[in-house]
Design a protein around this ligand. Sequence first.
Ligand SMILES: C[S@@+](CC[C@H](N)C(=O)[O-])C[C@H]1O[C@@H](n2cnc3c(N)ncnc32)[C@H](O)[C@@H]1O
Length: 208
Amino acid sequence: MDKIFINHPEIEKYIFSLLEDDDPVLKEMEELAEKLNFPIVGRIVGKLLYLITKIKKPKLVVEIGSGFGYSGYWFAKALQGSGKLVLSDYKGENIQLAKEFLQKANLDKNVIFEVGDGVEIAKRYKDIDILFLDHEKSRYKEAADALKENLSKEALVIADNVLWYGKVLKPEQSKKVKAIDEFNRYMIKHFDTTIIPVRDGLLLAQKR
Ligand SMILES: C[S@@+](CC[C@H](N)C(=O)[O-])C[C@H]1O[C@@H](n2cnc3c(N)ncnc32)[C@H](O)[C@@H]1O
């Protein structure tokens, strides 16, 4: 099945053009993602994560799959050191870059940089107020299930790529798509959940 753009690319371009930001660090990160073809959440979702975080005022945010820190940048910008942020990635070089970018942006206060399996890392934290999933899509359900007890009351779970460019319309086409579809259904059953059809689909859920 072909890739479906959830929103018209021109509409995304228009929104992006409105979300001007003159932070050179943000631009540098976006340019690096472009150069490496690295899948960051992008500015539209980033700004949404920033707003959700500002509204929620969390004491602890944990990210699984931080890459080189682009989504982390938006969480850190919203927190301004007032809550703890844990970034995690399998790859040490990604986490090293994340550290350098957040330091350069002066957003590294109260940020913990962890290398390893993000699900195992997250299990060490209690009372997580926002859990952000952006690692292997086939492991989203396992992460949400395993970390339920680590979430604070009314915690938010946010997950990226839950529409997988429309491929969820035919979940039987691959194990990965099936796993995403199962995760979406699991979240709808166990949490107060919706899917925001922005970029590649962002799932937003609150613990009941
Ligand atoms: C889509 S990228 C993350 C992008 C990042 N959230 C952003 O928007 O800037 C996915 C990342 O998850 C990492 N990853 C995959 N599985 C992981 C796991 N189980 N634990 C930690 N990191 C993982 C990969 O190394 C990769 O850097």
